[in-house]
Design a protein around this ligand. Sequence first.
Ligand code: LLP
Length: 435
Amino acid sequence: VMTKKRNEQGHLMIGNIDAVRLAEQYQTPMFAYDVGMIRQKARAFKNAFAQTGIDHQVAYASKAFSCIAMVQLAHEEGLSLDVVSGGELYTAIQAGFPMENVHFNGNNKSRQEIREALQAGIGCFVVDNFHELALLEAECNNLQTQTSIILRITPGIEGTTHSYISTGGEDSKFGFDLFTGQAEAAVVQSLSVSSIRLQGLHFHIGSQLFETSVLTEAIATLYRHIEHWRASHGFIPEVINAGGGFGISYTKHDEPLEPKTFVEAIVHSIREESDRYHLPLPEVWVEPGRSIVGEAGTTLYTLGSQKEIEHVRHYVSVDGGMTDNIRPALYGARYEAELANRVKKQEEKAYAIAGKACESGDMLMYDLPLPMVESGDLLAVFSTGAYGYAMASNYNRLPRPSVVFIENDAHQLVVERESYADLVRNDRFLGKKIK
Ligand code: LLP
């Protein structure tokens, strides 16, 4: 986590904009994204690939944060797009994103979602299981169309990360297992369907990774099977998709690798394995989500009530919490935060930052050092750009916050705060109104 920029008044700056002004204009809680930082991350991946000289696609995993403006931004930066639902696909369509650069992931795509994607002319399905393969064949027949796929392979390798976001191990709900022969059966079946073009293979080990070894290990494991599938079935992958999961910095204890380090390790390993088995070099795809948007996002909250339990804890509550950031409650995730409206002048003490939802577990942090706080102070929580807004809920009927994009001296609302009317929009009266 870099040192944060402050202006002469001691206010936190996001891009070139005073966070206090943002909070005044857009109200809190709000998400503020530094667009320059998103562009920088996207370019870091693109440039790293360009330097290797390999054909590639960098698909932004829109599950990390999807809205029309974000999809537009991904397109501006030359990224492809990974979607995992009809809703993310719809967002991409509304944004005008070129469908041939969209990939559809997910372990339970519905028939309806598959049809929508085919009708939209999606570039590629990342097929997860046999049920999907059958649905896809049926829908291709119905629509008299063809499609490209890659198969999601589960290599049986665990990423060292939280178990909820580790996906590549042997006991995983995702993908075709290598070690049970499922993957080979999927290759054979895919090759036999004339409306389906099997382009290649996909794996995703897990999220928030801090090492390249699990990726290169997965590549080596995969290639041992590819060698066999070429000999037995004549299958040669044109694409290897190494997934996403590149770790970012939430606190000063995190030491993330550069995108370049991941890209170089992946490309190097795929080159080496292709050479080893005399296979043509495939295109290499990756699907970063968190590492594109995570560090670029800051949440601004206003502090409200306090409760001090002497010698135990000093609680101070924010005007959001688990409804806009479930990660501390769900994964025990840690964050860093500072007051945005003033610099510390006094000695600091540890505060427990509570959310406003009716739930004891709705805590953002347990020991955040801050100068003596007052209600009305503005709290900035950093690195909330991924899986914050995306996982937001209306628990307690709290409206979802606004999202603002900041670039240099300009700021722009990209997602409006939900209104109370939005909250009851889909509700229907039970018989007649009460009055
Ligand atoms: N590709 C696949 C197949 C995935 O399953 C994921 C994430 C990604 C790419 C993108 O991973 P990223 O680069 O964003 O780490 N809600 C959790 C994260 C869930 C990740 C699910 N899959 C969190 O807040 O940590």
